[in-house]
Design a protein around this ligand. Structure first.
Ligand SMILES: NC(=O)c1ccc[n+]([C@@H]2O[C@H](COP(=O)([O-])OP(=O)(O)OC[C@H]3O[C@@H](n4cnc5c(N)ncnc54)[C@H](OP(=O)(O)O)[C@@H]3O)[C@@H](O)[C@H]2O)c1
Length: 296
């Protein structure tokens, strides 16, 4: 049986660590605060925001959540971003993606003060990641790195193949794994829908990350024996035997691939909980930086 890289278990440990960090901050008179903007009626976005709110509450992070209907103007959203930028109680800002049609999402993300950009989507933070400077890194790639480390699979010197080149997962993860430091130092290959002979490449991976958005796309014949697999995919597939009428599956055919992998992350219970945990981590980190500035 392979080792199961459980994001749920790693998150539990990390969230306990965050509780201690939040208590330490409270001794200095600071409560980490997250300002959230949710616009529109995308049901998944509402669920994600509720999950993030609950997670913040559980570790002692204060949240200010503003919900807008889908016809909110871009100016109203930007005004709120500026209000959060100038609010001392807010250390991190989360704008739930996607924003409604008619709002220029990249413009709005660009209005967040980079020092409060706990989602790591501001171009300044994306640029810093690329050149190896300290800044906020987006939560999903950061969570994947943490999962590898905490389960004993350092990417250093390994060939990591990432399938998927999105701005929120594939690209920042590649930049993170390429960093010249002990936590990274990987040799990285990034694949996408135009990659020729994908299977030949995925079969050379020591560590394979699937961020494709196609249910059970990675099959056993696409990996080598002993591979470590991180499955980012979160896909709903119809299932009339469940109460909700669907179930969640990853981008990896788990039952098949687990037979030959050294280690594998499940869906659900893998990358998903880690993404939220890293949001808590980044918000706490931002508050710690504020505390440090106040001390100096
Ligand atoms: N658990 C979490 O916290 C979390 C966070 C983020 C995303 N996700 C999940 O991760 C998955 C990917 O998300 P995303 O936002 O990165 O998706 P995305 O923006 O749609 O990107 C998908 C990537 O997969 C590539 N791709 C699609 N079909 C392919 C194929 N047949 N062969 C090779 N590559 C293929 C695409 O290639 P092209 O660039 O050529 O189109 C693209 O680069 C989704 O299931 C999403 O729900 C989970």
């Amino acid at each position: 049986m392979p080792k199961i890289i459980s994001g749920t278990e790693i998150s539990k440990v990390m969230r306990e660590e965050i509780v201690s960090r939040v208590s330490e901050l409270s001794r200095k008179g600071i409560t980490p605060g997250l300002g959230v903007i949710l616009a529109g009626d995308n049901p998944a976005s509402h669920i994600y925001v509720r999950m993030k709110e609950k997670a913040c509450e559980a570790v002692g992070i204060y949240t200010a959540i503003q919900r807008f209907s889908a016809d909110v103007s871009q100016k109203t959203v930007v005004d709120l971003v500026n209000k959060y930028n100038n609010d001392e109680k807010i250390h991190g800002i989360l704008i739930q993606h996607p924003l409604p049609d008619g709002i220029d999402e990249s413009y709005v993300f660009g209005q967040v003060d980079p020092v409060k950009d706990v989602d790591g989507f501001h171009p300044v933070n994306e640029g810093k990641l690329l050149i190896g400077e300290e800044g906020f890194v987006s939560c999903t790639p950061l969570g994947i790195l943490e999962m590898l480390h905490r389960s004993g699979y350092s990417p250093e010197g390994k060939h990591v193949v990432i399938v998927g080149r999105s701005t929120i997962v594939g690209k920042p993860l590649a930049a993170l794994l390429m960093q010249k430091n002990k936590r990274a130092n990987a040799t990285v290959t990034v694949c996408h829908s135009r990659t020729a002979d994908l299977r030949a490449i995925t079969r050379t991976a020591d560590i394979l990350v699937a961020a494709i958005g196609v249910p059970e796309f990675i099959t056993a014949d696409m990996v080598k024996a002993g591979v470590v697999v991180i499955d980012v995919g979160t896909n709903r597939v119809e299932d009339s035997t469940t109460e909700k009428g669907y179930r969640l599956v990853g981008d990896v055919k788990f039952d098949e691939v687990k037979e030959i992998a050294e280690a594998i992350s499940p869906v659900p219970g893998g990358v998903g909980p880690m993404t939220i945990t890293m949001l808590l981590h980044n918000t706490t980190l931002s508050a710690e930086k504020t505390a440090e500035k106040l001390q100096n």
